[in-house]
Design a protein around this ligand. Structure first.
Ligand SMILES: Cc1cc2nc3c(=O)[nH]c(=O)nc-3n(C[C@H](O)[C@H](O)[C@H](O)COP(=O)(O)OP(=O)(O)OC[C@H]3O[C@@H](n4cnc5c(N)ncnc54)[C@H](O)[C@@H]3O)c2cc1C
Length: 479
């Protein structure tokens, strides 16, 4: 096999190695059948160019099994790619150098709900939404809320430091990770953090692991912090004539309005229309060039009402055409479902596209829309846009012009991305707020990280993974 890493040579997965894997893990969960390998060759990145077949998929049940697999891979110089639900949007779980895909499908137990400490202990293959389903009746909730919440795994959320719809008020995944059990790239099982609210005993390794995209360790157990479930939640759907006026309101909600909402999601008309068509749903998007979905939550009805009245008024003062209030679960779920399904809908409408994840400081978010309009005109591409505007993170999607040939599209896309990323950097932003670098954005890291910064990251990687076997070809090349 020809290794795709320009700097490391890997060995192929031979039959004797498959046999050894089948001695470590129940042989039914060592997969080599080509048809069954195919679903593990890609994640949710639309472009097929980012897919790559694994040589074998292994589904272990315990950290001890994973430790044995990692030791074998080090001896034999075979790359390992950890894989959660494969809902990633940066190619992170794709085995770009071939080798073993390590799937957490069987490590899917909620091990403990510790009400006294308001924490839960979970395995990495638990679907994120299942955590909230299991704890809601106890008056608790887990604040992580990526729009893929119904499919992604909590281990994938930790590895990507997933953000999502509630980050303005509740922050992103890292805030809720209290402890981790990790198999190191050389096969030791170690623990980081624990149930202690305070802990400064040595380096903060668990935060190094959060967001490391499966390149520094394999997460096998997670202790997460839980919060009291807010008793009242109201959503506002504010319609604006155009994207600029909608986005201009976003920072004002917090500054002039003095309210920290749970969510402020931005959706332009193209995005809402695509998702409504996909779901056969009917929101009043025809009237609006853009919408804001604003959520406010709390424990007291009067307080929540005061907050959403203030936000609604502010929207009207700043050009909203209409503001609808959704205060029951069914209506709220209908609106959020439209928001959650935009990415899927665009994949159907525009299969040749690049879903981006740029992020700028919140006060700069109004300056991003004119940049997207400029790029759209300059390169003759549509750039529909939606995202978690309240935290500065917008999912601009670069869509192939139907008149362009595929060759023209492949030539044009890197130029568009370089222009977009440079514009974002000039606004104090960066190229990924939550989807990660993976293989998709690796070639653009130099635009936002200096050589010294990149080398610091490489030094960490080289120190913990001397054979570069854990998820090679992601974030940066290890030279
Ligand atoms: C419709 C849709 C909406 C989305 N919305 C959001 C959103 O709002 N916010 C957001 O942040 N993301 C979002 N995403 C992206 C994606 O869901 C997240 O990145 C998620 O955290 C990935 O989880 P996963 O289990 O699917 O991981 P995968 O895609 O399988 O893997 C992602 C990365 O994590 C690594 N990994 C997985 N499990 C482990 C483990 N146990 N140990 C070590 N490394 C591991 C993999 O190697 C890979 O690098 C969305 C995706 C889709 C398709």
């Amino acid at each position: 096999m020809v290794s795709k890493s320009p700097f490391y040579k890997y060995n192929p997965v031979t039959q004797p190695i498959v046999d050894k894997l089948a001695q470590i893990v129940d042989p039914r969960f060592v997969i080599t059948d080509k048809e069954k390998l195919e679903p593990y060759s890609h994640d949710e990145v639309a472009d097929q160019g980012h897919s790559c077949m694994p040589e074998v998929v292994v589904k272990p049940r315990t950290a001890e099994e994973i430790s044995e697999i990692v030791k074998l891979a080090n001896r034999e110089k075979i790359p390992i790619t950890p894989r959660g639900a494969g809902s990633g949007l940066s190619g992170g779980a794709v085995p770009v150098c071939g080798g073993i895909v390590l799937s957490f499908e069987r490590m899917n137990q909620i091990l403990e709900i510790d009400e006294g400490n308001m924490m839960a202990v979970v395995e990495p293959g638990v679907v994120t939404n299942e955590i909230n389903n299991a704890i809601a009746s106890k008056g608790l909730f887990y604040a992580g809320y990526p729009m893929s919440v119904e499919t992604c795994f909590i281990g994938g959320n930790v590895a990507e430091n997933a953000g999502g719809g509630k980050a303005i008020k509740y922050g992103v995944t890292e805030r809720y990770i209290m402890g981790l059990e990790v198999v190191t790239p050389t096969g030791e099982i170690i623990n980081m953090g624990g149930k202690r609210v305070k802990d400064v005993t040595g380096y903060n390794l668990k935060q190094l692991m959060v967001g490391s995209e499966g390149t520094l360790g394999i997460i096998t157990k997670i202790i997460i912090k839980l919060l009291p479930l807010p008793k009242v939640k109201v959503d506002l759907l504010a319609l604006f004539p155009d994207a600029r006026s909608a986005i201009a309101v976003v920072p004002k909600i917090m500054t002039a309005g003095g309210v920290i909402p749970t969510a402020v999601e931005f959706m332009d008309q193209l995005s809402v229309r695509a998702s409504c068509d996909y779901l056969n749903e009917h929101l009043p998007y025809q009237k609006a060039g853009a919408m804001l979905l604003i959520e406010v939550d709390g424990n007291y009805e009067e307080v929540v009402q005061r907050d959403y009245d203030a936000v609604g008024e502010l929207c009207f003062k700043n050009g909203a055409i209409e503001v609808y209030v959704a205060d029951n679960y069914t209506t709220q779920e209908r609106i959020w479902s439209v928001r959650r399904n935009i990415a899927e809908a665009f994949k159907v409408v525009s299969p040749h596209q690049s879903l981006e994840d740029v992020v700028v400081p919140t006060a700069s978010i109004p300056d991003l829309i004119p940049e997207l309009e400029r790029i759209s005109k300059k390169f003759k591409v549509q750039v529909p846009c939606y995202g978690h505007a309240g935290d500065g993170n917008l999912h601009a999607t670069i869509v192939k012009d139907p008149d362009d040939s595929m060759d023209e599209w492949h030539k044009k896309l890197p130029e568009v991305l370089e222009d977009l990323y440079t514009a974002v950097k000039n606004l104090g932003g960066t190229i990924s707020g939550e989807h990660g670098i993976g293989s998709k954005r690796k070639d653009y890291m130099h635009l936002v990280a200096s050589e010294a910064e990149l080398e610091f990251m490489r030094k960490i990687k080289r120190a913990v993974d001397p054979n570069n076997i854990l998820n090679p070809g992601k974030i940066f090349d290890v030279i």
